[in-house]
Design a protein around this ligand. Structure first.
Ligand code: R7I
Ligand code: MG
Ligand code: MG
Length: 362
């Protein structure tokens, strides 16, 4: 394998953050839709063809909370060289109250209100109180975590796990909300460290994630029940689907992997979209593996912006920015700011000792 140079990492940072933006912006109009069948797939293909075709002046594709919160994380990492609970809480709250109409999750707004009201006295407390004390199992931690994995590119998986957890806890206290965040961060981190010119071994990619999630989802009771290791089970299903000779039906994918706002039924789905898109996909007519991942994710409907955004973040981290059509990028609201932040995040990641608890606070 070639050494990944600093210039390649910079391109992968931009690829991941623009990939996430593309999934969010292009998927948002499809959020809550049913899975695309027959003619709807053709309409989706035309939608992408148009965005990737010769530039036309049109309203920009608007980003949603997925991008808004990712950018908050990127800014805190750039500014502080680590995740500071209070700084991150302040950044989220400032962002939300400046621009609230970005399609935020139904319950997370309570966290923002409580944080503001309490003057951030304990930045983790409001998240602990969600859903009568069980915390949110939504995918909001996972959808925004890519900058953490990028920033920690020189770190070990254990350090990525710690940083991802910390980034989730401001809003998501439920174990599944946290573990989904960790899984998405590990997927982006793994893709980031790979050489895109080497054929990706999808079997190894998923096996590595399964091993890591097994260690996180320790079956403390020792009863061997499925609910002790829910993400491990979902990833094993991803591996099964990928190894089939014929593609599983959309119904099978949706029934098993899911497409909703819970972390458990969306993060493994996004990883599946990325890995499946290494090859051609029935009904998705494109030579470009990034577009296949994002278009396929959107075609599944449900939480389309978020699943496409997470798949886009992994795919962009693997291939780098050149895999994303420049015409498409021009249609994405905020693409210049995201590019700038990706560059700054890369520069900051070279300077600091991020993630370590002992890292100096600036
Ligand atoms: O997780 P979160 O930030 O939402 C992210 C999603 C993405 O799809 C975004 O694009 C945006 O559309 O929202 O926000 P939360 O409000 O914490 O969780 C999202 C939803 O998950 C909640 O509104 C609930 O419907 C559901 N949910 C739960 N339902 C019952 N019990 C999350 N946790 C629970 C729970 O414990
Ligand atoms: Mg959204
Ligand atoms: Mg969503």
């Amino acid at each position: 394998m070639r050494l990944i140079t600093s210039a390649m990492f910079a391109s992968k940072f931009r690829g991941s953050m623009l990939g996430a933006l593309a999934g969010d912006c292009c998927g948002a109009p499809y959020e809550g839709h049913d899975v695309c069948v027959g003619g709807e797939r053709i309409i989706l293909k035309k939608y992408f063809d148009k965005l990737e075709g010769p530039y036309f002046k049109a309203p920009k594709k608007a980003y949603t909370d997925d991008t808004a919160m990712s950018m908050c994380l990127a800014k805190v990492l750039i500014r502080h060289g680590r995740i500071d609970d209070k700084e991150l809480a302040v950044e989220f709250v400032k962002e939300y109250f400046t621009d609230p109409r970005r399609g935020y999750g139904g319950a997370v707004i309570q966290v923002f209100n409580k944080l503001r009201k309490s003057k951030f006295a304990d930045p983790l407390q409001p998240a602990r109180e969600q859903f009568n004390g069980s915390g949110s199992f939504g995918n909001g931690g996972a959808m925004r975590v890519a900058p953490v994995a990028l920033f920690g590119h020189k770190k070990t998986s254990d350090e990525i796990i710690e940083m991802a957890k910390q980034s989730a806890l401001i809003t998501h206290y439920h174990k599944q909300g946290i573990d989904g965040t960790v899984l998405q961060a590990l997927a982006v981190h793994a893709a980031l460290l790979m050489d895109p010119e080497q054929q990706l071994n999808t079997k190894d990619f998923i096996s590595n994630l399964i091993e890591k999630m097994k260690a996180i989802e320790v079956d403390e009771e020792g009863l061997g029940l499925d609910d002790a290791q829910p993400f491990t089970k979902q990833l094993e299903a991803v591996a099964r689907f990928l190894s089939m000779n014929t593609e599983p039906s959309d119904d099978d994918v949706l029934n098993v992997l899911g497409n909703d706002v819970s972390a458990l039924y969306s993060v493994p789905t996004s990883i599946y979209c990325f890995l499946k898109a290494q090859k051609t996909i029935k009904g998705i007519d494109s030579d470009n593996p990034f577009r296949r991942a994002v278009e396929y994710a959107i075609s599944l409907g449900g939480d389309a912006d978020t699943i496409a955004s997470m798949a886009g973040a992994i795919s962009g981290a693997f291939y780098g920015e050149n895999v994303i059509s420049t015409n498409l990028v021009k249609h994405l609201e905020f693409h210049e700011e995201v590019t700038l932040l990706a560059n700054e995040l890369h520069e900051a990641s070279l300077k600091t000792n991020v993630g370590r608890k002992s890292a100096p606070v600036e």
